[in-house]
Design a protein around this ligand. Sequence first.
Ligand SMILES: Nc1ncnc2c1ncn2[C@@H]1O[C@H](COP(=O)(O)OP(=O)(O)OP(=O)(O)O)[C@@H](O)[C@H]1O
Length: 199
Amino acid sequence: MENNIIEATDLSFSYDHQKVLKNINIQIEKNKIFSIYGPSGSGKTTLLFILAELIKNYSGKLSINHNFKKGFLFQKNNLLNELTIYDNLRISQLIKGIDNESEIINIMKKLNVYRLKDRLPNELSTGEQQRIAFIKNIISNDLIFFDEPTSSLDSKNAEELIDILKKYSNNKTYVIATHDERIKLISDKIFYLEDGVIL
Ligand SMILES: Nc1ncnc2c1ncn2[C@@H]1O[C@H](COP(=O)(O)OP(=O)(O)OP(=O)(O)O)[C@@H](O)[C@H]1O
């Protein structure tokens, strides 16, 4: 494994009788940005979920280095609605055994969301929620899976989020399922998926 966090060998997956991933062979190396790119229905989300170990009944081999703290940024933002923004961020660190309040405050200030710290998640715009969900991930993980992170954002918010992803990518590994052309530009490696096959 050495530099690889994830190695998929001959990975296939079917929903009922429909084969949606066909003999996938890929490696995810540490500290790089990977995107899984392809048209709607090509299997991007399914592959992402398998790599993230959220779907288990695949065939083939998946080797994973479990020394990395992993997080997920999905279209639904996973913030706890009963807690303030600040407490959401704080709890995500504490759950992972990290105690670094100044990091939370610094990154919130840098991303211009510190003023939102005492609000509840549903009092934020979609773009603001996405930024907070990103902060939540980046402060507590080193391997992060993203499912279409820009798809519910307008162009300005999407570009802002992509800038932020890039800016905070040092010492992080991202795996991003997307059909957003702009994410290709910040990726170190792009897996093109078409009809369940890596091209
Ligand atoms: N839970 C499910 N049960 C049955 N079939 C499914 C299920 N989820 C997805 N599929 C089918 O598997 C194929 C791949 O879906 P997947 O969501 O992985 O594609 P995608 O590339 O992420 O698409 P999109 O860009 O539209 O999100 C599609 O044909 C889809 O209809």
